[in-house]
Structure formats: C-alpha cells, structure tokens
Ligand binder design. Structure first.
Ligand SMILES: Cc1cc2nc3c(=O)[nH]c(=O)nc-3n(C[C@H](O)[C@H](O)[C@H](O)COP(=O)(O)O)c2cc1C
Length: 190
C-alpha cells in the first residue's frame, strides 16, 4: 500500500503540522511507503483558469496538474490533513481539488450519469477546528462538513472515505489535551 499525504497549513509550528509529523512517524514505524504534497511549500497555484480549460479541451493536463495526478495515480491511500476554515477547506486545497480532480481524471459523465474514476483509492481526512465538538453537533456543522467532503468530493470520484476525524477546539484546549489528541493518531487504523 502506498500513501500520499496531502497537507495544507502554512505554519510549521501549527497543530496540523504536529499531526502530520505524527502520521509520518506512524507510517514510518509501519514501514509503509509514503510521500507528501505540502501545498504551501510547493506553492500550489489554486486558481483553475482559462488556460487550464484550453489544455483540458485538448485532452491533456497542464504540467503542474499532471504531476499531482501522477502522485495520486501511484497512491492507494490519500491522507488529507488540514484545518477547517470557514467551514470548509483552506483555499489552497480547494484549488488543488478544483484543478487536479479534473474531468476525465477524477470523474466523467456517461450515458448512465456521473462516474467516479478513482475507485481504487481510499481516503483518510484529518481536520482541526476552532469550534468545540458541542457546537459542531448542536449546529449541524459536523454533518454538513462531512457531507461536503465525503459525499460531495471524494465519493463523487468513487473514492472510499475510510476515516474522517475531527480534532476539535484545538486553539482553546490545554497542552495536555492536545498531547492526548496526538497520541490518538498512533492508534489509527490507516
Ligand atoms: C481563516 C480562518 C478561518 C477559520 N474558520 C473556522 C471555521 O469555520 N470553523 C472552525 O471551527 N474554526 C475555524 N477557524 C479556526 C481553525 O480551524 C483553528 O484555528 C485550527 O483548526 C487550529 O489548528 P492549527 O493550530 O493547526 O491552525 C478558522 C481559522 C482561520 C485562520
């Protein structure tokens, strides 16, 4: 099994970065083969533009998109690590999805409707929030965010979401509580 971590956080001192380090340590311990796409380090261009569409129309992909699609093709499990911003994903990741999960690569439309093309991939989503679990449950945000990510994006492309885990209220909890959260990563079945 080959793993691809798709990581979106600009701050190397963030909790998300600590999650990523912990996931990498777990994969290393398990002797799993993995690679990382750090969207801020690679300075990913998130804007799906007119030039992209022109190249797509020729049934080709721009070079930066083709490179990411190759990484995804080679992976069995995609691990997305990012914070929740405005009840969605950071713009750089949204733009990664916009450009990389393109028509003909991630999905197509045939006589029987939309067909996902990435059915051999599993997905793990690890998210941090500012809001508490209580507020996410009370306001329906947990279901809303899960539905968009799981059904709206990954399952739309026929990928199987095997885990969507939230680490809640990260900025307002104690260091000890954060340590406990990180320790949970060691027990994840990924
Ligand atoms: C631009 C921006 C938007 C945010 N929007 C939300 C939000 O919609 N819901 C939420 O629970 N937290 C929100 N937050 C808080 C972050 O999710 C939280 O600070 C982060 O998950 C903590 O992890 P970190 O220390 O790795 O950044 C937002 C933070 C920023 C910077």
């Amino acid at each position: 099994m080959k793993y691809l971590i798709i990581y979106a956080h600009p701050n190397p001192k963030s909790f998300n970065h600590a999650i990523r380090e912990r996931v990498e340590a777990l994969l290393k311990r398990q002797k799993k083969q993995y690679s990382v796409r750090d969207l801020y380090v690679t300075k990913w261009n998130p804007v799906l533009g007119g030039a992209d569409f022109e190249i797509f129309q020729q049934k080709k992909a721009p070079e930066d998109i083709a490179r990411e699609q190759q990484c995804i093709k080679e992976a069995d499990v995609l691990i997305f690590i990012h914070p929740i911003w405005w009840f969605g994903m950071p713009a750089v990741l949204k733009g990664y999805i916009d450009r990389v999960f393109s028509y003909g690569f991630a999905y197509e439309v045939g006589a029987s409707g939309v067909k996902g093309l990435l059915s051999d991939k599993k997905v793990v989503i690890l998210n941090t929030t500012g809001g508490t679990e209580d507020s996410y449950l009370k306001n329906g945000f947990k279901d809303a965010v899960s539905k968009v990510f799981k059904n709206g994006i990954y399952e739309f492309c026929s990928m199987k979401v095997v885990l969507h885990k939230f680490f809640f209220a990260v900025p307002s909890i104690t260091g000890e509580a954060r340590e406990k959260m990180l320790a949970e990563i060691d027990t994840l079945a990924i």
